[in-house]
Design a protein around this ligand. Structure first.
Ligand SMILES: Nc1nc2c(ncn2[C@@H]2O[C@H](COP(=O)(O)OP(=O)(O)OP(=O)(O)O)[C@@H](O)[C@H]2O)c(=O)[nH]1
Ligand SMILES: O=C(O)[C@H](O)COP(=O)(O)O
Length: 236
């Protein structure tokens, strides 16, 4: 099984956390989560090929360090963004004879090799020429994992409401579909609320766990400021 880990530039990642974490801590967090996801993929025996898809040279270095492949968005697609890059990569994988493609997002620090294995098993249990397994976010708005066979079976529609869009597309195209609700894979890190959940979680990946003390400190400091420094003190 081929797995693709798409990564936006670490310096630009997690922009929705810019109100709570500074740029350097956001980049460290994203890098750590990507390492944990890569290690979960490497720990799953059924994953035989891993490709990091990113225009970021730091992500390229990370891929090389783990001995996995790297492809740039730009080299596989002229359409910018996550969906364009994944579509271009999928078309190339079809021409290379790959029969399926597992897309796993990089901001899933609770993901385990066992959950990846569950997704592959659910997909393998489907019948029909075109099969798709989806793992939605815990709130069922986003999609965190897609396993599509053949790789171009689904047009990727990551963005707002992506789970409903992916499921509706699969239905419209007559694809066999499996949906898995998974605790680790369902938990990404986009908002301050997600960060607070992450600091309280028990089974966080080892790399992300090492960044948590600094995140906890930052959250506690901003909480202290909110409690003790009245809004009126801030210059407008
Ligand atoms: N290759 C590639 N990966 C991307 C791109 N945009 C997002 N990703 C990756 O797709 C996955 C899901 O991304 P998001 O949840 O939107 O994360 P994000 O873009 O860092 O978060 P925000 O900046 O807060 O929107 C993560 O692994 C990202 O690194 C892109 O343009 N190209
Ligand atoms: O579906 C998506 O676009 C991404 O996975 C982000 O999902 P989210 O809504 O859980 O952030």
């Amino acid at each position: 099984m081929l797995a693709v880990l798409p990564l936006k530039s670490f310096a630009l990642a997690k922009s929705r956390l810019s109100g709570v974490l500074d740029a350097s801590l956001r980049a460290r967090l994203m890098r750590a989560m990507a390492c944990d996801v890569l290690e979960a993929l490497l720990g799953c025996a059924r994953i035989k090929r891993i490709v990091v898809l990113s225009d970021d040279l730091e992500a390229k270095k990370l891929a090389c360090g783990y001995g996995v492949e790297w492809q740039s968005d730009r080299s596989v697609s002229c359409r910018p963004g996550l969906n364009g890059g994944l579509r271009g990569a999928a078309i190339n994988f079809v021409s290379q004879g790959e029969n399926a493609m597992l897309v796993v997002h990089g901001d899933l620090p609770l993901l385990t090799s066992g959950e990846i294995d569950d997704v592959v098993s659910a997909w393998e249990a489907l019948s029909g020429p075109k099969r798709v397994a989806l793992v939605p976010s815990a709130d069922r708005q986003g999609t965190h994992i897609v396993l599509a066979g053949p790789p171009d079976a689904l047009d990727f529609q990551f963005g707002p409401n992506s789970f409903a869009l992916h499921a509706a597309q699969a239905h419209r195209k007559g694809l066999s579909l499996a949906v898995l609700n998974l605790a680790g894979a369902g938990a990404d890190v986009d908002t301050e609320r997600d960060l607070r959940r992450l600091t309280a979680a028990r089974t966080v990946g080892a790399h992300t766990r090492r960044v948590l003390p600094d995140i906890t400190n930052t959250l506690e400091t901003s909480h202290w400021i909110e409690e003790h420094v009245p809004e009126a003190y801030f210059e407008r």
